[in-house]
Design a binder for this molecule. Sequence first.
Ligand code: NAI
Ligand code: PHE
Length: 349
Amino acid sequence: MIETLISRWDGESVITKYDRDFRAWIFIAIHSTVLGPAAGGTRMKIYGAPGEALLDAMRLAEGMTLKYAVADFPRGGGKAVIGLTSELDGDDRIELLKRYGTLVRSLRGAFLTGPDVGTTSEDMDIIHRTGSPYIFSRTAESGGAGSSGYYTAIGVYHGLRAVCRSLYGDPSLKDRTILIQGAGSVGGRLVDLALKDGARVSISDVDAATVDRFSGRQGVSTIASDAVYDVECDIFSPCAMGSVLNERTIPRLRCRAIAGAANNQLESETDAKRLKMRGILYAPDFAVNIGGAMAVTGIEGMGWPEERALQEVARVEETVTRIFEISTAEGITTDAAARMLARERLGKA
Ligand code: NAI
Ligand code: PHE
């Protein structure tokens, strides 16, 4: 499976390492360096087979290329996956992260990384010990910009504003109902931003402790995770995992639009057409969720002050609006419009 995946991939290269001691497969997929050195998060979780981990790395790396290209940001697309075969904690986890840091450093800047599902800013502090200076989104105590989730949530908030502008002619979220799937690092912060704007928020999370944290809060209701696709709302915001928009869920949706942080929300490109046919406005994930990757690279790698980072992240609103305009003008899905914009930028470079 691995040879087939690599030989059919349109990306530039895949760095592969098997750590025998921890029985972990590490894949660093470099999709494109056309716009700059490849950057992307490090995902660490248990996979059923190494091929699944590699496929995840490849799809996510392509997403990073698109993300940076639509945002017109000078970075290429890459992603790392540490595929575990069993749960790892304590000193073993630290040791594996340090070994991973050594691998990243050996690439001498061809790959820059930050957190993703299964890794945190605290983990970046550990990886940084051996991987410096190519590790981003470290904790503030270690001199980093902190969690990328904060900036990603701000970007998603601006994506929601672009959606409201397109649907209602007014970007404010006031009195809109927003359903957030996954109230973690990004989704949890998005709850606060939406409430501040006067939205009515519902959250759904598989983690009972997370649901408890939000239940009882004024303006927030909670939805069972298996009911999330059936609930009426203005905007559905997937902020948990990928492939949630597919032929099984799309017919059930009762929202007017979708804008969220999760990477690779569409199971396939056909799902963009399914959404269009149902009249659901889709803000492409890779245009909406750039905030964290952009801000932490800008702050830590380019010396941006906080205000600059916030200004740059707010550009998500403009980008998403532009994508909607292209989609209308060309009569294509918003996903196709966003890819077209990305390709144009990559072509020029
Ligand atoms: P997180 O792990 O902090 O939060 C995810 C939340 O989703 C958790 O509370 C988890 O319990 C919940 N969840 C998992 N499966 C679920 C399900 N089936 N239904 C409902 N809830 C479920 O992750 P984070 O950092 O908030 O990221 C969320 C998504 O956004 C991920 O797909 C990630 O790749 C993507 N993303 C994150 C960025 C960041 O800066 N953190 C940047 C760009 C994308
Ligand atoms: N998880 C981030 C994303 O998917 C990746 C990232 C975070 C990249 C921080 C660089 C720095 O966009």
